[in-house]
Ligand binder design. Structure first.
Ligand SMILES: [Zn+2]
Length: 419
């Protein structure tokens, strides 16, 4: 093998040898200080790791917002604090809020990450830390703010006013005549009024109330008397128990400040109809009634076959007599002998005669068309004293016959023999 050196550069070769010498020296140094270099390497790696880590986490410069001696937020830009204060001032509804909210102070800070507060959040913190600003409600009537106070107190007073004219037991609704608004927000403490002042303003509001009332009215039952010859005179028994009915009315009552302005009947219905009470009264002559009749010694005041009983004692209308219908002009006889106590005209009885039979017993004969006797006159049993008619309070020709014992009218049925 032949090696040919062409244009050999001696200088370059010398340099190469020198370089090789430096490397050899360095290698020798590293070899001699192996441990120290290892420690240095570890330190460099560790430092690099810390830098990389810090960059990943993100260390940032920011500003602490100090308000009323307290750090309330951290912002990135000083302008955020300014904007926040403006928002806070604007959020307070009272006038002069600008004077009540001081200017926050800023101090530079180094912060980890990007957790800076927004202007809105800072504004909230400013309001929260301003002693003169409170959360409250304003009462606005027809667009004009009248008072400002505790929200709960205002609500309570408005509700109490709105329900002031409710009718017990009714279905009530109400509204204010004016446009009433409650606006809650932040207000300066000095603008708030107490409960008494709120009440004064609220009580001046006009209230329109509508009440739906359901009213039940009792309909009294009536009584009907059924006369029965199956039972003796003096027999009386309720055969159908009467029951009151109920009528229901639904009324709508409108009022302004409790003064009624309108009343409308929405509906009226019969909830239950009354049940007529039926009283069965006996008319048959009993041995005792015969005894009474014979004791009084009465005869029937109209001859047999000439009358018909049309109304008995009681008769559901407090009829304290017996009515014998007969043709006009039919003779009316004295039931027993006695003295004519009165004979004349009365608006209710028409032409009528009262005969006193002694022993506290009297008889009356009413609605006559003509009288045949005069007061003070004595009459005998069966003597014609009057003629049947329809005078006074009467709707047809009949004799209204009463028996009066010691001043009290009694059922005449047992005293006379009715054919
Ligand atoms: Zn009568």
């Amino acid at each position: 093998m032949t090696v040919i050196f062409k244009n050999l550069d001696i200088e370059a070769l010398k340099h190469k040898v020198a370089s090789a010498h430096i490397f050899t020296k360095a290698f020798k140094l590293i070899k001699e200080n192996r441990i120290a270099i290892r420690i240095l390497s570890i330190c460099i790696i560790f430092l690099m790791l810390v830098i990389v880590d810090t960059m990943a986490v993100g260390l940032n410069f920011g500003f602490n917002v100090k308000y009323e001696g307290k750090v309330i937020a951290t912002v990135q830009n000083p302008d955020v604090s300014k904007v926040a204060r403006s928002i806070a001032v604007e959020n307070v509804s009272s006038e002069g809020a600008d004077g009540a909210i001081s200017v926050p102070k800023l101090t530079l800070t180094l912060t980890v990450g990007n957790n800076f507060d927004t202007a809105k959040k800072v504004a909230d913190a400013i309001i929260e830390n301003t002693g003169d600003v409170v959360k409250a409600s304003a009462l606005v009537i027809n667009g004009e703010t009248l008072v400002c106070g505790d929200a709960e107190v205002l609500d309570k007073q408005l509700n109490s006013r709105k329900t002031a004219y409710y009718i017990d037991g009714a279905e009530n609704t109400s509204e204010f005549a004016d446009q009433v608004e409650v606006i809650s927000g932040y207000y300066l403490k000095r603008d708030l009024v107490d409960e008494d002042q709120i009440k004064l303003v609220v009580d001046a509001l006009q209230v329109k109330t509508t009440s739906k009332i359901v009213k039940d009215t009792t309909v009294k039952y009536s009584t009907k008397t059924v006369w029965s010859s199956k039972y003796s005179a003096g027999y009386s028994k309720i055969t159908t128990v009467g029951k009151n009915g109920i009528t229901r009315e639904v009324q709508l009552i409108e009022s302004v400040n409790g003064e009624q302005t309108a009343s409308t009947t929405l509906e009226k219905q019969v909830v239950s109809s009354p049940v007529t009470e039926v009283v069965t009264v006996g008319t048959a002559a009993s041995s005792s009634s015969n005894a009474a009749a014979s004791a009084a010694g009465f005869i029937c005041p109209i001859s047999k076959g000439q009358y018909k009983v049309v109304a008995y004692w009681g008769d559901g209308r407090n009829h304290k007599a017996i009515d014998l219908a007969a043709n006009k002009g039919v003779a009316i006889f004295a039931a027993a002998a006695g003295t004519v106590e009165s004979a004349g005209y009365k608006s209710d009885y028409g032409y009528n005669v009262v005969i006193n039979h002694g022993n506290g017993i009297k008889t009356r004969y009413a609605h006559a068309s003509a009288l045949c006797v005069k007061a003070g006159q004595t009459v005998t049993q069966g003597q014609m004293i009057a003629a049947v008619g329809s005078t006074g309070y009467s709707t047809g020709n009949h004799l209204h016959f009463e028996v009066i014992v010691n001043g009290t009218r009694v059922n005449p049925a047992p005293y006379i023999n009715l054919g």
